[in-house]
Write a new protein. Structure first.
Length: 189
C-alpha cells in the first residue's frame, strides 16, 4: 500500500506543478496565487504547501522541470543530427532557440526566473554544460571554451527575448536562427 500512496503523491505533485506551469506561463509569477494553482489542480491549498512548501518552492520546481524539458529537446536534436560535432552544435543551438521562445519557457525561464530566483540561482539552473560540451567537441579549445560558452549562451538568451517581444515572433525566430548560424560559422572557423 505505501507504494500506491507514494505514487499517488507523486502524481498529485506533478499535476500541481503542471497546473502552476500553465498559470505562470499565462499570467506571470506575480499574478498567480497558490489558491489559483490549487483550484486548477483540484487540490486543497494545503496540498500545494505539502508538496512545494510555498509559492517560491513551487516556482523553482516548475523552472527546474521546464529547464530539463528544454535541455532534453536540445540533446535530442543534437543527437538526431548525426555524428558531426559542428552539426550537433548547430542543431542543438537551433533546438534551444526554438524551445526557449515558446510561451512557457520564455515567460518562466527568461523573464520571471532571474527575478524570482536571483541571478546566481538562475545561472546555476542553466549550467550550460551541454553547450560547453558541444563547443569542446566542435574544436573550441578549453582556454576559450568557458568564455565562448557564456557568450553564446548569453547571445541565444538575448535573441530569444528579442524574438518573443516582436510583433511577428515566427518571422523573428527565423531571422534569429539565421543570425545564430552566422555567429556559429564565424566561431567555428
Amino acid at each position: 500500500m505505501p507504494r500506491s500512496s507514494a505514487a499517488d503523491a507523486a502524481r498529485t505533485a506533478e499535476r500541481i506543478r503542471d497546473c502552476a506551469l500553465n498559470l505562470f506561463a499565462e499570467h506571470g509569477y506575480s499574478a498567480v496565487a497558490l489558491e489559483d494553482v490549487a483550484h486548477a489542480a483540484q487540490v486543497t491549498r494545503g496540498a500545494v504547501y505539502h508538496h512545494f512548501r510555498n509559492k517560491d518552492g513551487l516556482f523553482r520546481a516548475v523552472a527546474r522541470h521546464l529547464h530539463e524539458t528544454v535541455a532534453s529537446r536540445v540533446a535530442a536534436a543534437a543527437e538526431a543530427s548525426g555524428p558531426d560535432p559542428k552539426l550537433q552544435l548547430k542543431s542543438g543551438s537551433h533546438a534551444f532557440l526554438e524551445a526557449i521562445t515558446e510561451a512557457a519557457p520564455a515567460r518562466i525561464l527568461l523573464i520571471d526566473a532571474p527575478a524570482i530566483m536571483g541571478w546566481q540561482e538562475w545561472r546555476s539552473l542553466d549550467s550550460q554544460e551541454l553547450l560547453g560540451e558541444a563547443l569542446a567537441a566542435a574544436g573550441i579549445e578549453q582556454q576559450r571554451g568557458h568564455a565562448m560558452t557564456a557568450l553564446l549562451s548569453g547571445a541565444m538568451n538575448e535573441a530569444a527575448l528579442w524574438v518573443v517581444h516582436q510583433d511577428s515572433p515566427a518571422a523573428a525566430l527565423e531571422t534569429a536562427l539565421e543570425g545564430l548560424d552566422h555567429l556559429l560559422t564565424s566561431l567555428l572557423r
